[in-house]
Write a protein that binds this ligand. Structure first.
Ligand SMILES: Cc1ncc(COP(=O)(O)O)c(C=O)c1O
Length: 453
């Protein structure tokens, strides 16, 4: 907590009341929520007006990859505000060009151009539009168990219950990706899972009609719906299938990219490259709303003479561009991607595996870097989830109690359905990572009560 902070519960109540009176919140029944009034945040911590401090094991919505209030990035935003706070996207702008070059330099050779958006969902929309025009086909394939954003096509592409009330876009088909712990393919090994998942994908393509499919868009590591790391060879196989049928691969790196998985892009773990790379969140830690699409040359070439029919007032906003430039510089200078990789390998992975042995409610742990899921079950043998899929209210009680226990113990968790995700900032220190893991170890006593020993 910052040394200057003086607890002020009265101010906390004012902030809370104002919020409840006027702020309409995302994904919520408005009467059912009690938002925490946050007074401040620094590094891996945030605190409320009572002076209670929380270790941020959520990175908010898995976006503050460099932690809260990084001074160099704040300074870059302030300097840019003083220099040129806004300029329309049709003009050339110095910092926008630098941001685009730095992003393109992180991608494989041939990715030279960036289309900037305001966040992840609109980046997905525009990647899909590029793919449809480039291929002159309309269908998009995406995973069950995925999230691609809350706009027309992006929410239709999403493979979780958030799609159900919002399914108004056309041309989206879902398929199953690899998930060895709960295999759809009755596989016995990661290799078998890869083979069978690719077989399934190819069947879906055949039955949908290869000549109707513009792109396959997948989260390179599925994030919110379960932290599902592709099994060995899956991305390479997907690339081959795409090439065989003239389909593009759109890599959604919104959550998995920019250090989260201990890599700049999560697809770097494979020997395969996508055609379009969608980014947002970690590219600037969410300090200013930003996202975009990094475009491979053949797709760029389609739009050299043909108009790209899309744009946004704030595409490449100078404040967003400055925050991206500063974030990428800081991540390189401070070896933040390397830190995430090491913390995952040496601290989080081993600790979670130990917890899995110890706790009756932990069925599976999986992930890499600072991107891990703990899959909570009623029974390790049957793998029955500790709360049913898409549970709410009383049915979701074990997970609600787990969340409350974490907060009581001073840790801000990320919880989705029957899973707790360990997603701290990529620059978390060893000691804070250990501290958070000890809190989790203690908190799982709550879910153990619901699981058979
Ligand atoms: C993988 C993935 N894609 C897209 C999005 C949408 O990004 P945004 O909320 O910035 O629109 C998200 C957001 O959580 C995401 O996790």
């Amino acid at each position: 907590m910052s040394n200057e902070f003086i607890p002020n519960p009265e101010e906390g109540k004012r902030v809370y009341d104002l919020d409840r009176a006027h702020v309409f919140h995302s994904w919520s029944a408005q009467g059912a929520i009690k938002p925490l009034a946050v007074a401040g945040a620094q590094g891996s911590y945030l605190w409320d007006y009572d002076g209670k401090q929380y270790l941020d094991f959520s990175s908010q919505l898995v976006n503050t990859n460099i932690g809260h209030q990084h001074p160099k990035v704040i300074k870059a935003i302030q300097d840019q505000a003083a220099k040129l706070i806004t300029i329309a996207p049709q003009h050339a702008n110095d910092v926008r060009g630098v941001a685009a070059k730095k992003l393109a330099d992180l991608a494989p050779d041939g990715f030279n151009h960036v289309f900037f958006t305001n966040g992840g969902a609109d980046a997905i929309e525009n990647a899909v539009r590029m793919a449809r025009i480039h291929t002159r086909r309309h269908k998009i394939l995406s995973f069950y168990r995925s999230y691609h954003g809350n706009t027309g096509t992006a929410i239709a592409m999403t493979g979780d219950p958030r799609r159900w009330p919002n399914e108004f876009a056309y041309g989206v088909i879902h398929f199953f990706g690899p998930y060895p712990y709960r295999s759809q393919f009755w596989s016995n090994s990661p290799e078998q899972e890869t083979e069978r998942a690719l077989n399934h994908l190819e069947s879906v393509i055949k039955f949908e009609g290869p000549a109707t499919i513009a792109a396959i868009c997948i989260e390179t590591i599925v994030g919110t719906p379960g932290i599902l790391v592709p099994t060995p060879g899956y991305l390479e196989g997907l690339r081959k299938i795409c090439d065989k049928y003239g389909i593009l691969w759109i890599a959604d790196e919104v959550m998995a990219g920019f250090g989260r998985a201990g890599e700049w892009f999560a697809f770097n773990q494979a020997k395969a490259r996508p055609d379009l790379i969608v980014f947002a969140k970690g590219s600037n830690s969410g300090y200013i709303p930003a996202g975009g699409v990094i475009i491979d040359q053949p797709i760029y070439d389609t739009f050299v003479d043909k108009v790209f029919p899309g744009g946004l007032t704030y595409s490449g906003h100078p404040l967003a561009a400055a925050s991206i430039v500063a974030t990428l510089d800081v991540m390189k200078e401070e070896k933040i991607v390397e830190n995430a990789r090491e913390i995952g390998k040496n601290i989080i992975g081993p600790a979670l595996n130990k917890m899995k042995e110890k706790h009756s409610s932990i069925g599976d742990v999986r992930g890499m870097g600072v991107f891990w899921a703990i899959d909570l079950v009623k029974d390790k043998k049957t793998k029955e989830e500790i709360v049913p899929y898409n549970a709410s209210g009383k049915d979701a009680a074990p997970m609600a109690e787990l969340g409350a226990e974490c907060k009581k113990l001073g840790l801000m968790p990320f919880i989705n359905m029957n899973r707790l995700h360990v997603v701290p900032p990529c620059n978390i220190s060893e000691s804070d990572a250990k501290k958070g893991l000890e809190i989790l170890d203690q908190a799982f006593a709550v879910t153990d009560k619901y699981a058979s020993a």
